[in-house]
Design a protein around this ligand. Sequence first.
Ligand code: ASP
Length: 717
Amino acid sequence: MSKITAFIFSFLLSAQLFATEGMWVPNKIAELVGPEMKTMGLKIEPSALYAINQSSIKDAVVHFNGGCTSVLVSGQALLLTNHHCGYSQIQKHSTLENNYLKDGFWAMKLSEELANPGMDATIIQEIRDVTDEVLEGISVETKEADRNEQILAKAKEIVAKIEEETGYSAYIKPFYYGNQYLLFITEVFQDVRLVGAPPSSIGKYGFDTDNWVWPRHTGDFSVFRIYASPDNKPAEYAEENKPYQPKHFVPVNLQGVEKDDFTLVYGFPGTTQNYIPEAEVKNILEVINPMRIKMREASLDVIDAAMSKDELTKIQYAAKQSRISNAYKKWIGQSKGLIRHRALEKRDSIEQLFTERINAKPGWKEKYRTLIDEMAKMEALALPFNINRNYLIEFYYMGPEILRYTERYRELVSMCQDESVSDEAIEEWIAEQKEKQGFFDNYNAQIDEDIMKTQIGFFVEDQQPLDLLKNVRKGGESLEEMVERVYEDSYFSSREKVMEMLDKFKRKHYKKIMEDPAFLMALDIYNHYFVEVRPQLAALSSKTDSLQRVWMAAQMKVLPERTYSPDANGTLRITFGKVEGYDPFDGASYAYYTTLEGVMEKEDPNNPEYVVPEKLKQLYEAKDYGRYAHNTGEMRVAFVASNHTSGGNSGSPVFDGNGNLIGLNFDRTWESTMSDILFSPVICRNISVDIRYVLFIMDKYAGAGHLVDEMTLVEKN
Ligand code: ASP
């Protein structure tokens, strides 16, 4: 055995010894990993996790507004998720007078629960494998573009048929990079109300400093409730709506966890890239991550400084700041982890072992001989366009907001230019727009301008062609002067200016909009990407996608000793592991749980990230933990386990071997952020808030014990 083969073989084997890698689709869970879960400590039958003819735990696991997970814990559809998942809803209800972000919010009766127009909660009814149907008529000879078109058409047809037959919604998603297609039949609820949230000094305790970090002391939860029509069907918000009566809700375990206990996380992980080739990992590590980090650092410098100076800004920018800083910090940890755990070397070894094996088998050799080189070539060709794409995301979509805001006026301009559109229709559009200026509630033009100033240099000069802003930038003007002019002269930099413009709007004024510097800048950037970059990227991506599909299938065939659960794609998954601490680096070892003691240790009244609310301190002093204390008398706050999770798993229920709720997953450790690309069962840990801390805060801290009363509590397993 060559040295490389020996290295990779031991790597693969060590991965096999721990079966916790993988995010498994629940419909075939018993066949896929039933025995492994049983060996590790699952006591219920896998059929209790997923069933379609009777209720099962899956009916209590709810996709929360498309990006997070939540869980039903009462017959009145009480829904638990993370504080950071409900953050923008809590923020939207917050004002300087009723600052729910700062002080928390608790509805003491149903009538006080707060509606959240535009959000939804989705329950999966059934998952079906539709690969054969979707791929019918497609062969190796089918061209990639035709393949995609045929698949889309077929999927649309299947979805329409199912929706018609069942009355539910449905979608189809590709798995294993298009080697498998699964259909999800769903029930989507639109009336989801805010029931309670702790103050940020509990729900976000430790803020950015502690985010992605263990040991952790954050009570990261918020409480919602799903409402349905009087006949228990999904409905838009209406006063007559009643709490939904779910098919299933989960009991809550009051005993807590011990080291090595089995844990199962059930939720909707967003994206992982556990099977991409080395060349792609290298570009992420060396080019894409540094660029994204640099752009976010620039905007965070501005936002953080502004938030620290002013209470209103703190409310207005809270959700935006969190969105930007969350991924920013994750990418830093991810890059560090990938380097430290030699991700490139490991991918390279896999590719070398693959090459050794195919070279030894003529059939494989013929088929896969050029695959790895081709992938590397495509990766290199696509890199400049990928850089463009990421700059577009970081600047246009995550950076200064004025640019996206102007998008809506493109419609107005084209209406005005179109002779078949009447003046009345335009007036109607204007009247509607006047009602839709909520954007400015959370907007500060000075902050926005400062963000643009700090990012524009990178955006324009670093990677993009210099004539990118050809219609907005004046000859001889510096970038800074241009930015100042944009905010000074644009109609769109304040509510007042926008309203004045709309009030006086006449059809011919569309020409003025077309000359508006913010409008022009947005258009320049948008057109550059969509006309010059995207078509090329799309052509390359279609080739990359097909190579990745072949690579995925080839790895499964040639290296069968590895575990292959499909990469996360926002669909329902089960991951299992056990409660265990870890050794983050040489000389250090982390325990598997934290306690209220640690909240007090971190307290710093002069640092807004570590302020402990008075009431919590009193409860701590009095050790008034009631039935929520651990059998040692401690108030446990959080624990870590070896479940393979990702973004989107935020708010996921964490179950014990009996299917009782023991926590809410909310994060990963700093050393685990690499797990989206490389999972290591030795080092990667997901972080959950102990469900007893959630109940303690609700009951003892907030006086909302009526919510705990709705739940089914399990005192002894
Ligand atoms: N806290 C994370 C997030 O917000 C969850 C995770 O990625 O593990 O995305």
